[in-house]
Design a protein around this ligand. Structure first.
Ligand SMILES: Cc1cc2nc3c(=O)[nH]c(=O)nc-3n(C[C@H](O)[C@H](O)[C@H](O)COP(=O)(O)OP(=O)(O)OC[C@H]3O[C@@H](n4cnc5c(N)ncnc54)[C@H](O)[C@@H]3O)c2cc1C
Length: 389
């Protein structure tokens, strides 16, 4: 029996725990799985995110990141069904489509780049004139007619899910499948023994294991220091403003530049997001909220101040080159890491769970994890900083 300890219960850690638990033979489990979180499970970035799953095409995906995205989208469909059957929780996974609009020269140029990417990846989309857009989605008539410059595109293969419900389903399913769950344990650190991690310790408890995987979002860097492994990470704050309408008024996610509206079936609409690098400060910046509200009003005047019901932030786990860290840690022979999924952690999470479970099972991972190796930090990060000086 192998004992695997996962440190950090956001969507990445929970998905790995769930995948490992699903691999356990029910009658004769060969693995004990322990999941530990300093706080409550799934309350950090994983809860704050919008739950958008961007379009992808597994047939044309060449880079492992694109492959993870495509596998992620497929797995979300099957996991959502299985999680609903196991827990009774519907995570709201839906193929809602994505409407992309551009109303400035810069945005039009950016959208042209996105369209070229979709063409190359053979992702189906439909360009809409202003008239066609208004006919298809009359609710946007006002903002469309007020724009001198305008381009819009509809992409059918965009999905959304309600991440808080998905997280609740993962926790429940892990519990039912025998994962040992320990949340709100307070700060933790690793206990090293020669070149191995011996245990994870909190102020009052110690969890030993044969294998450890660190999935603590932007806090993973601090844990890695104890293994003398540099893991440069940058928490990247994002805000979301939540609106409530009496009923759902439009179905697709609406995207403009880095901003979006995500309509839920019960009439809630999430407006996101912002990008700030303010360290681990996750306080709400009123200026950023005002900016989001002004943009939302310009897209859909119906969403005025009286419909705002909540507002929050989250810290995306950013890395120095935009790619996640996934793989073994050289300085500790029984330690692995899976973090740094930045803006795509919700989308990638099931695929990352499968790839990391493969690796920890000694199997060839479902995608080539070489571009995500931790060793690239010394190869590229430091040589780059020296070159720049
Ligand atoms: C505003 C916003 C919108 C987003 N929208 C989307 C989206 O639409 N689609 C998408 O795919 N992604 C989106 N993302 C990104 C996505 O939310 C993240 O990439 C993802 O949630 C990261 O998950 P994680 O499990 O790595 O980290 P987290 O969710 O941050 O979880 C890390 C966990 O580790 C715990 N922890 C920290 N330190 C320790 C320790 N020492 N010991 C034990 N536990 C510890 C924390 O308490 C936390 O529970 C969005 C993010 C934000 C902020």
């Amino acid at each position: 029996m192998i004992r695997t300890v996962i440190v950090g219960g956001g969507v990445v850690g929970l998905s790995l725990a769930y995948e490992l638990a699903c691999r356990n033979e029910h009658e004769a489990p060969n693995r004990e799985i322990v999941l530990i979180d300093s706080g409550a499970f799934g309350r950090k970035a994983s809860n704050s995110g919008a739950g958008i799953l961007l379009p992808s095409n597994g047939q044309t995906a060449i880079h492992p990141f694109d492959q993870l995205e495509a596998i992620g989208n497929n797995l979300h469909e099957s996991w959502s069904e299985r999680l609903r059957a196991e827990t009774g929780i519907d995570n709201g996974f839906r193929k809602c489509g994505g409407l992309y609009i551009a109303r400035t020269v810069g945005e039009i140029a950016l959208l042209a780049g996105t369209l070229e990417h979709w063409r190359q990846r053979e992702i189906e989309f439909e360009t809409l004139t202003q008239d066609q857009l208004v006919r298809k989605f009359p609710i946007f008539k006002e903002s469309v007619e007020q724009s001198d410059r305008f381009k819009s595109v509809f992409v059918p293969s965009e999905y959304q899910f309600r991440n808080p419900d998905h997280l609740a389903a993962l926790v429940d399913a892990c519990r039912r499948r025998g994962v040992q769950l320990h949340e709100c344990v307070g700060p933790t650190e690793l206990e090293m023994q020669h070149d191995r991690v011996a245990a994870v310790k909190s102020a009052s408890r110690r969890w030993t294991g044969d294998q450890f995987c660190l999935t603590a979002g932007p806090w993973t860097s601090a844990l890695c220091e104890l293994m003398h492994q540099d893991l440069p990470m940058q928490p990247v704050k994002g805000h979301i403003v939540l609106y409530k309408l009496a009923q759902q008024k439009f179905v697709p996610v609406v995207n403009e530049g880095s901003r979006y509206l995500v309509p839920r079936e019960d009439g809630h609409v999430l407006a996101g997001s912002t990008i700030q690098e303010t360290g681990f400060d996750d306080s709400i910046a009123l200026g950023e909220v005002d900016g989001l509200r002004a943009w939302t009003g310009s897209v859909l005047p119906l969403l005025d101040e009286s419909k705002v019901v909540d507002c929050w932030t989250g810290l995306r786990p950013g890395t120095f080159d935009g790619f996640p860290y996934m793989g073994p840690i050289a300085s500790a022979s029984n330690a692995f890491v899976s973090t740094g999924h930045f803006k795509a952690g919700l989308q990638l999470s099931p695929a990352c769970g499968v790839a990391m479970a493969d690796l920890m099972d000694g199997l060839e991972p479902v995608v080539d994890l070489t571009p995500f190796a931790v060793s690239r930090v010394s190869d590229r990060y430091y040589s780059k900083s020296t070159e720049n000086k």
